[in-house]
Design a protein around this ligand. Structure first.
Ligand code: MBD
Ligand code: FE
Length: 284
């Protein structure tokens, strides 16, 4: 470590950053707050909860534990984390059920838009001594009919070798391991980065308390996050995982799909690993 004193990553700090980020990116355009729809959804949510209370004879003590926990989730800024870990995967499933192209999966709480634009052959912004196995991630963006998509962009963001995301943990350069790669005229891209580490959601906040209280684990498998888009096509938000990695089989966020597991091999230049993954985009 060359840093003098590194600030500790805390649940409250990453929660505050995730809440702030969400407020600047929420997809609420076009949502009409239809009374009938709100009535249906909220009534069913409440009825399901009433049923659980009756079947399990939930006590006042348990009710108060729930109340204080919910208050604390807000104070910790962990609503984005909680929702993205335990609900988003079903929202994504419904949103993308009719896609013919590449599989998507959840976005999670740590996306930041407008990352630095990089050429088709790119190295992600990283520290001079960035730890981790070098990875060449390459591929092509095409339409469902195989047409190469000129003007495609591949936004990529991922954790470092310690499982930390730039802008959500202290001490990392602003755009570390984040970039917007502009593919070439045939939709090809070559991205040099490092392999991320498995990610443990903060254990010192409300989500961590829930996990400990329920006897669960807090891990997501190592993953690359991506948003791939091209003119006239639907943007896909996805993640890619690493075959044989820890927690590929038991992701706390339930976001792994078999189509999203990479099997990198040795790099042609002898430096770490390389892997090819092509993205297929549905027409807009
Ligand atoms: C992550 O890195 C992530 O991708 C999700 C979905 C939740 C918490 C942390
Ligand atoms: Fe992530």
């Amino acid at each position: 470590m060359t840093d003098i004193i590194t600030e500790q990553a805390t649940a409250a700090a990453s929660g505050a950053a995730a809440t702030e980020q969400f407020r600047s990116k929420q997809r609420t355009e076009g949502v009409d707050v239809d009374t009938k729809r709100v009535d249906t959804l909220v009534s069913e949510l409440l009825a399901a909860t009433h049923d659980i209370i009756r079947r399990h004879k939930v006590s006042y003590a348990e009710y108060d534990v729930l109340k204080s926990w919910l208050i604390q989730v807000g104070e910790d800024g962990e609503w984005p984390l909680f929702l993205d870990v335990w609900l988003e995967h079903v929202v994504e499933e419904v949103a993308n059920e009719n896609r013919e192209g590449s599989k998507g999966t959840i976005e999670g709480p740590y996306y930041v838009g407008d990352s630095p634009r990089l050429p088709a052959e790119a190295t992600l912004p990283m520290r001079d001594d960035e730890a981790g196995t070098p990875l060449l991630f390459q591929g092509q963006v095409t339409g469902v009919d195989g047409t190469p998509l000129a003007g495609a962009t591949v936004e990529i963001w991922h954790a470092d070798n310690d499982g930390y995301y730039a802008q959500f943990a202290p001490g990392l350069p602003e755009w570390n391991l984040r970039g917007t790669v502009v593919a070439d005229d045939t939709g090809h891209f070559w991205i040099r980065t490092i392999e991320p580490a498995p990610y443990q959601i903060p254990t010192d906040g409300s989500c961590g308390r829930l996990i400990a209280a329920a006897g669960w684990h807090a891990w997501r498998p190592a993953h690359l996050h991506l948003k791939v888009s091209a003119p006239g096509h639907q943007l896909i938000t996805t993640q890619l995982y690493f075959q044989g990695g820890s927690h590929v089989e038991d992701d706390i966020a339930s976001a792994v799909k078999p189509e999203l597991i990479l099997a990198p091999g040795p790099a042609a230049d002898g430096n770490g690993h390389e892997v090819t993954y092509d993205f297929v985009l549905d027409k807009a």
